[in-house]
Ligand binder design. Structure first.
Ligand SMILES: NC(=O)c1ccc[n+]([C@@H]2O[C@H](COP(=O)([O-])OP(=O)(O)OC[C@H]3O[C@@H](n4cnc5c(N)ncnc54)[C@H](O)[C@@H]3O)[C@@H](O)[C@H]2O)c1
Length: 475
């Protein structure tokens, strides 16, 4: 069901005979090969030759080669060069630092740098809280990874993770005006990562952990939350959980069910599944049944790590054992953050009426969404080519905007829930339907609403700089 998209977009520079049919021949060849043309520009025209730039979306790198071969096979036509537009976007990186102050003359220099800056340094030395007022700390977030769980690519290391972290930084800036910077650590040792983040923390107003594999990510986040006086947020966990809770709130509105009556099956108890379960428990569902690669998670199951044991102790009221196929029977909601194609339409058919299915494994969901739609009332995926995309971009920019604005020293589940409810409520009642349960990531209202909600929750809990009550943040 995949369709050619801009992730595999090429521009071919083509030399072709200047016949009346040349343009049609070229575009037909691309179409026959399954490419989707996005641009056609004549860059050179002469009596015996025309040169065109033809841009097209493909399904994959191999498919892009097939499209190029199809064009090259036309009589008299030569593809001179193929540019991968995704690689072009990455040349030299995607973000940069720019100065906010003028540096035109000696006066400017004396204020922005020595000798003037020394007085500012001394002010901060005397009152470290002034760092938030007088430096980049008030608006800066570290995007920290060890490169061990990058997208669906797994452990590809810190350098290979950098394009993703740059992209994240670009999204922070675009959607919330937050200055984020990649910190890719060349270690997979839990203690080294914790110590490294602790050592660099003075510069930042918040830490966004990214693409660090479970279960190490849980320990790293928990310990950093204890050690640091700035919020620490693992996006793969909490960003996902926020958007899932938001989407579920609206899906339940569509099917007119109360979460307190719903049995929810969560497939996958890794980074995303763990956090989703924890945040959902605050909503008081009738029951949650968690399933991982070894089957249903239940009290008494052998060989569970501490995270899984905690999940077992807080879910599965009736201590059900078995497989995902057993768990799904009679469920109201399925949330998949596990693996592709583990369910079929026949499984979804066994759910309660007006079932809700969030199949979020990327790039291939737990169940084919088209099949799921035959039996479920609301279906969401992580994909951009299907309605109801569960996309963390809805959460993390606004969350950090709010944390920085509130000068929050920690992040709590109350703030995460506030963010989720804010995202849900951006969808107006007259917009809400089975194909529109979350707002568009380009809706400018989203980050602002999330930031406002996080600021209010931070101030309510007084988890802000100078706040009276700074009780333990949830870990
Ligand atoms: N917004 C989104 O759409 C979104 C957000 C986060 C994660 N995801 C997707 O969710 C999946 C999991 O992400 P993660 O970071 O939590 O990974 P993870 O590796 O931390 O956890 C994976 C979990 O899935 C379980 N699992 C693996 N195979 C299974 C199977 N056949 N049946 C049942 N459970 C199985 C594992 O036991 C583990 O608990 C990935 O595909 C990821 O792309 C999507």
């Amino acid at each position: 069901m995949a369709i050619p998209g801009p992730g595999y977009s090429i521009t071919m520079r083509i030399a072709a005979p200047p016949s009346a049919s040349a343009a049609g021949d070229l575009t037909s060849a691309v179409g026959r090969a399954g490419g989707v043309i996005t641009a056609f520009d004549v860059v050179e025209s002469a009596a015996g030759l025309m040169v065109v730039d033809l841009s097209a979306n493909a399904l994959s790198a191999d498919h892009a080669d097939e499209i190029t071969d199809a064009v090259n096979a036309l009589p008299g036509v030569t593809v001179r060069k193929v540019s991968d537009r995704t690689f072009l976007v990455h040349l030299g990186g995607k973000i940069e630092v720019t100065s906010k102050v003028p540096l035109r003359n000696r006066d400017d220099l004396s204020r922005a740098y020595t000798p003037g800056v020394a007085r500012v340094c001394m002010a901060i030395a005397e009152n470290p809280d002034d760092a938030r007022r007088l430096t980049i700390k008030r608006n800066t977030v570290a995007v920290v990874t060890d490169g061990t769980a990058v997208l669906g690519l797994g452990n590809i290391g810190p350098a290979a993770a950098l394009p993703v972290m740059e992209g994240k930084a670009a999204l922070f800036k675009k959607f919330a005006g937050v200055d984020a910077w990649p910190v890719c650590i060349d270690s997979t040792d839990t203690e080294e990562i914790i110590r490294t983040v602790q050592l660099i923390a003075p510069v930042y107003g918040g830490i966004n952990l990214e693409d660090i594999a479970a279960p190490r990510c849980f320990e790293i986040e928990r310990r950093l939350r204890e050690l640091l006086d700035i919020p620490v947020f693992h996006d793969d966990q909490h960003g996902t959980a926020i958007v899932v809770v938001a989407a579920l709130r609206n899906a339940l509105r569509v099917v007119k069910k109360d979460i307190r009556d719903c049995r929810i099956v969560v497939s996958g108890v890794g980074a995303a599944g763990n956090a989703i379960i924890r945040l959902l428990l605050h909503q008081d569902p009738a029951d949650i049944v968690a399933v991982d690669i070894k089957g249903i998670v239940h009290r008494g199951r052998e060989g569970m790590d501490p995270n899984l044991a905690e999940v077992a102790s807080r879910t599965n009221k009736y201590v059900q054992a078995g497989s995902i196929h057993d768990a799904i029977v009679g469920a109201d909601v399925f949330i998949g953050v596990s693996a592709p194609n583990i369910l079929t339409g026949a499984d979804i058919e066994k759910m309660n009426s007006d079932a809700i299915v969030f199949a979020l494994a990327n790039p291939d969901p737990e169940v084919d969404p088209i099949e799921a739609q035959q039996h479920a009332a609301v279906v969401a995926t992580g994909r951009s080519d299907f309605p109801n995309q569960i996309n963390n971009v809805l959460a993390f920019p606004g969350v950090f905007r709010g944390l920085l604005d509130a000068q929050a020293r920690m992040i709590t589940d109350e703030m995460l829930t506030a963010a989720a409810l804010a995202i849900a409520d951006v969808v107006a009642p007259d917009q809400l339907n089975a194909s529109y349960i979350v707002p568009s990531v380009f809706d400018e209202k989203v980050a602002k609403a999330v930031a406002r909600a996080v600021v209010a929750a931070a101030r309510d809990g007084q988890h802000v700089a100078g706040g009276a009550k700074e009780s333990a943040a949830t870990s």
